[in-house]
Design a protein around this ligand. Structure first.
Ligand code: B12
Length: 228
């Protein structure tokens, strides 16, 4: 096992407050990064007021000194039409699901608190690659599995992105898409019982407002959900 010499932050703003799931990218991405000696600090913004996202990121950056901020865009919408119906009984349209907008709000909250580069990936990102790149304007877009992203991480940090597979970047304001490589699943199980016990979703700021579920319970339930 590699000893982690550096860390990156992995954030998710695409959860649903009425149907929270632990983002499985919080298991997979750290497992792949670990092979390159990179520790991934995961934080889901579910339950944190949008107005506090900047403070949350600032606190995480101060605490962990990551070298880059990664964002997982898990899904683009709920695929359930009723979620988007206007219904006064749904307080503030609480069940509506706008993960791209929430991710956009997260991106907008970062520059005032950190000048770290931002990479976006995840299934939601991959279904609308070019459009989401243009809309969110991250420094790097990553399609598919993150294996090719972490292996040459020094190159990524140095901005030498042209030859790294599965990346989308802007070059002179033109969007460039690098070659695609498919990576098979990991041979080993990517999580341990210890991961289930650990609460990877951190409390980061006094303004944190939690919903009425408990975060460790969310983690355990999530892995249980993923079993079917
Ligand atoms: C399992 C699953 C569920 C489980 C989740 C259990 C859990 N605890 O996670 C359950 C049944 C609860 C569920 C619920 C929902 N789901 Co679902 N789900 C899936 C499924 C089958 C797998 C998702 C998954 O976890 N994959 C594994 C993870 C690791 O993959 P990943 O997130 O893409 O991450 C990988 C890469 O993208 C990359 N990566 C991710 N982020 C980042 C970031 C960076 C920077 C980098 C470099 C890389 C990177 O690394 C990972 C490893 O390769 C997918 C279909 C599919 N085959 O993908 C649908 C899917 C994601 N779900 C979908 C939907 C719509 C939903 C619901 C909204 C349904 C609903 N109306 O309630 C809810 C959303 C709940 C929520 N709060 O978000 C849709 C989304 C469609 C869309 N257009 O957005 C999908 C695609 C199914 C489909 N085809 O319709 N789901």
């Amino acid at each position: 096992m590699n000893i982690s010499s550096e860390s990156v932050l992995l954030l998710n703003a695409s959860n649903m407050d009425v149907f929270p799931v632990y983002p499985y990218a919080f298991i997979q991405v750290p497992a792949i990064a670990q092979r390159a000696g990179i520790k991934v600090i995961c934080n889901d913004l579910l339950g944190i007021r949008q107005a506090s996202w900047g403070h949350t990121v600032e606190a995480l950056v101060e605490r962990h000194s990551p070298t880059m901020i990664l964002i997982a865009l898990r899904n683009t919408d709920s695929l359930t039409a009723q979620d988007y119906e206007r219904d006064e009984s749904k307080a503030g349209g609480r069940s509506a699901c706008f993960p791209i907008e929430r991710t956009n709000a997260l991106m907008a909250s970062i520059p005032s608190v950190s000048d770290l580069k931002i990479a976006v990936g995840g299934f939601g990102f991959c279904v609308l690659l070019n459009e989401i790149m243009h809309y969110l304007r991250p420094d790097v877009g990553v399609f598919g599995a993150p294996d090719a992203f972490f292996a040459p991480f020094e190159e990524i940090k140095a901005g030498n992105l042209g030859r790294i597979a599965n990346l989308l970047v802007f070059q002179d304001s033109q969007l460039a898409s690098n070659s695609r490589i498919f990576f098979p699943p990991l041979a080993e199980t990517e999580y341990t019982p210890q991961v289930i016990e650990e609460n990877q979703v951190e409390e980061t700021h006094p303004d944190l407002v939690l919903l009425d579920w408990e975060l460790p319970g969310l983690l355990v339930g999530a892995l249980h959900f993923s079993d079917f």
